[in-house]
Design a protein around this ligand. Structure first.
Ligand code: CP
Ligand code: NVA
Length: 339
């Protein structure tokens, strides 16, 4: 019996808090197996399709290495390599891939696409990021928090920046599900939509988490155990950079904002890629144009002792492995473990 067998991970709210916790703990276990060189071939002989409409470093690498570590064969299908999106519908693509592959990862734009892939393929589908949600990132991030603090319930996580993007949505809902207090600091125009806030508040009422959405960056960061941000313009977004930077500069994670947490040991998180270095091509362009460090996080904070950003990145591997093994592996995970 495997409680997770054949399920897709399309968005966090489809899973209960105890199921998400199981995946986090399973990821921590798989990390230990990897570190001790203990084989864990739960997907021996399986084939995994990796469908990417957007670029990726971490998600693509994590799915690839996780599949190989689990004994499966990963096949990268980039948007320019296959018929998908041009000559062939999502439903037809799903039926073809589902007939050949045992599981499908999808990264792209519309949430509807990943939902359709799950509907028509007949195999587990894992959302590797859409415009709306980034659920595999959540297992890695809450795993990182648990590794650092030893528990999740009662922690306070603050996310500052674009509160309407995939990361804002996913952090808000996942924290609320897992009993982590969640503060979102964003200007009114970039605060999460009413339906996502309602979803989070309903989850928070059950878990005991506190939800705070505010335009005041200082109010948002007060008391934060973890301070999180993301790029100010997401992949595929068509917005004027000048306007977005003007809106979000007050929410930049810098030493001044970190001090406003009122805590000495707040950790710094970012899903990456991050714009933190004005000596990069993007950083220099922003600096030239705006004459200020128009980056979502300053270099000193990004490289500080308190930053756990590369631990999060490594944890993408272990958490994606847990998600694939749980939903596709021949494992004994009894229903009785879950509410
Ligand atoms: N955090 C994350 O999803 O990174 P990639 O875009 O590199 O996959
Ligand atoms: N919000 C970012 C996340 C990247 C991992 C984007 O969608 O580009």
């Amino acid at each position: 019996m495997n409680h997770f067998a054949k399920r897709s991970l399309l968005k966090e709210i489809d899973f209960t808090p105890s199921e998400l916790t199981y995946l986090i703990d399973f990821a921590i276990h798989l990390k230990q197996l990897k570190q001790q060189h203990i084989p864990h071939h739960y997907l021996q002989g399986k084939n995994i399709a990796l469908l990417f409409e957007k670029t990726s470093t971490r998600t693509r690498s994590a799915f690839t290495v996780a599949a190989v570590d689990l004994g499966a064969h990963p096949e990268f299908l980039g948007k320019n390599d296959i018929q998908f999106g041009k000559k062939e519908s999502t439903a037809d693509t799903a039926k073809v891939l589902g007939a050949m592959f045992d599981g499908i990862e999808y990264r792209g734009f519309a949430q509807d696409t990943v939902e359709q892939l799950a509907q028509y393929s007949g195999v587990p589908v894992w959302n590797g990021l859409t415009d709306q949600w980034h659920p595999t990132q959540m297992i890695a991030d809450f795993m990182t928090l648990k590794e650092h603090f030893g528990h999740l319930q009662g922690l306070t996580l603050t996310y500052v920046g674009d509160g309407r993007n995939n990361m804002g949505n996913s952090l808000l809902v996942t924290a609320a599900l897992l009993g982590v207090n969640i503060h979102i600091g964003a200007p009114a125009a970039l605060q999460p939509s009413a339906d996502v806030v309602a979803m989070a508040k309903a989850a928070a009422a059950k878990s005991g988490s506190e939800v705070l959405i505010t335009a005041d960056p200082e109010e948002a960061v007060a008391g934060a155990d973890a301070l999180y941000t993301d790029v100010w313009i997401s992949m595929g977004e068509d917005v004027a950079p000048q306007e977005r930077i003007k809106q979000l500069l007050p929410y930049q994670i810098n030493a001044n904002l970190v001090a406003k947490t009122g805590k000495a040991d707040t950790i710094i998180m970012h899903c990456l890629p991050a714009y933190h270095d004005k000596n990069t091509v993007v950083g220099q362009a922003l600096e030239d144009e705006f004459g200020v460090t128009a980056l979502e996080i300053t270099d000193d904070v990004f490289n500080s002792e308190q930053a756990v950003v590369f631990q999060e990145a490594e944890n993408r591997l272990h958490s994606i492995k847990a998600i694939m093994a749980a939903t596709l592996g021949d494992l004994f995970i009894p229903d009785q473990l879950f509410d």
